[in-house]
Design a protein around this ligand. Structure first.
Ligand SMILES: Cc1cc2nc3c(=O)[nH]c(=O)nc-3n(C[C@H](O)[C@H](O)[C@H](O)COP(=O)(O)O)c2cc1C
Length: 178
């Protein structure tokens, strides 16, 4: 069961929870993957509600997003499942099937071919309608040295040498899985 919601009623809670970690789920072919994010933006552009994510070059998530430019954002408002956020934010789908390891319950998406996750019930279904590599020349020196240390390999889950691509997802459905 899914209860449709109006994003405006939840924007405050979404942004507060984002800081602590939410999931970004992708799917290409039969492969479903999820990763933890704590950066993102709720936005309006071209008159459409959007969720923007920032994904480093070497993430398995980036490969899946390039193959199927759709994603779901999965949010657990009550702060449970911290261990899921830890695992999904440190292990790569290149090495492990995180959905299986974590025993997460998938629900088919309504408007996208990417599932929702029952344990992270507040769901934003998004279709990528624009993407852009961040322009390195416009990043401040302070942020460059803090967030893109060139001596850290790109398979590290934290700050590393890879820059981000921004994926602008039009929010095409929003609901709570019950
Ligand atoms: C709290 C937290 C927030 C994170 N936020 C991001 C993010 O916004 N963008 C990003 O590229 N990686 C972020 N990461 C790192 C990825 O979650 C991590 O590298 C993950 O293993 C990538 O999985 P994948 O290779 O299966 O895509 C974050 C990690 C944690 C723990």
């Amino acid at each position: 069961m899914k209860k449709n919601i109006n994003i405006d009623d939840y924007s405050n809670q979404i942004m507060k929870t984002l800081k602590k970690g939410v999931l970004l789920t992708t799917k290409s072919g039969d492969v479903v993957n999820t990763m933890t994010i704590s950066w993102g933006a709720l936005a309006i552009e071209w008159g459409k509600p959007m969720f923007i994510v920032f994904v480093r070059e070497n993430r398995f998530t980036k490969k899946l997003l390039e193959e199927n430019p759709e994603f779901t954002i999965n949010i657990n408002l009550d702060g449970s499942y911290k261990s899921v956020l830890g695992f999904s934010g440190t292990k790569s789908g290149k090495d492990v099937n995180k959905i299986k390891e974590l025993n997460l319950t998938l629900e088919d998406g309504d408007q996208v071919n990417v599932p929702a996750i029952k344990e992270f019930p507040l769901t934003l279904e998004c279709k990528v309608i624009y993407k852009q590599k961040q322009d390195i020349t416009e990043i401040t020196d302070d942020n460059k040295s803090r967030f893109y240390p060139q001596n850290v390999e790109s398979d590290f889950y934290g700050a590393n040498k890879d820059f981000h691509t921004m994926y602008f997802g039009e929010i095409v459905a929003s609901y709570v899985v019950e």
